[in-house]
Ligand binder design. Sequence first.
Ligand code: SF4
Length: 330
Amino acid sequence: MSLAESLFSAAAKKARGAVRHDWTREEVRALFDLPFPDLVFEAQRIHRENFDPREVQISTLLSIKTGGCPEDCGYCAQSAHYDTGVKAQKLMSIEAVLADARAAKAAGASRFCMGAAWRSPKDRDLDSVCAMVEGVKALGMETCVTLGMLTGAQARRLKDAGLDYYNHNLDTSPEYYGQIITTRTYQDRLDTLACVREAGIHVCCGGIIGLGESREDRISMIATLASLPAHPESVPINMLVQVEGTPLAGRDKLDPIEFVRTVAAARITMPKSMVRLSAGREDMTDETQALCFLAGANSIFYGPKLLTTPNRAHDKDMALLGRLGMTPMA
Ligand code: SF4
């Protein structure tokens, strides 16, 4: 037995039947180092213990306030630091957002996510976002927002409005983070996640693959997520969408098999979380996405855009699910 296999079998035995928060980097590294068939088999086995493997949860994401963001996230089309051609827009009206939510519901989405390009929301903006959350809830959909950093008081206001999920990604490993963002720290992110948890809101938190990080960074990011005091209920795994004008445009593209390995490691280490294929599906083959589902992904975003970057067409997604004999989760 190789070192990776023996470490993995010890880790897997400990993991069976238990949600753990003490994943070490060594254990996560052992997962990444497994032969691909063994890794995908283990991810699928754990997936089947916790979910119906034929079901995919479908979410829609709307940019409710686009562009002009003061943060310098090196991958983002909406940062005011880069010339990407995205025009800054004001916060959408409540009625326009609710019209989009009604359309998303009619197209089969069960969760409606709203994103605003802010460092953190101002209190007057939060009044409008709370009204949007209340309106979307009244349609019978789950709600999620991503608004940047939050204080405890702001998180409690959103909870009182009925918010189900707050998205705030770690993006990458603590070690690589400073290469991607300099205007806020990793600890700022962890503090916002703690405020969201304390308010009783579900957490949606994952990262982006293909930023130029090493495998060791991917291992470190998954180990960090899996060692949070509570696992995020949703774990988006994004493939970088390279945007002209950002510092990350022109990077070498990541091997899709490495992306599938990252999805499998997320599934094994966070067995009860929804693992979501998020940005980057537009450039992925159907075969890569099918492998991701086999590796335990069970959630996708659909709709023509993910904030400002293109996404797969709805009919292509439905056709793929049909070919795979999979269905949207009720
Ligand atoms: S990722 Fe979010 S916080 Fe970062 S620049 Fe883009 S909109 Fe701003």
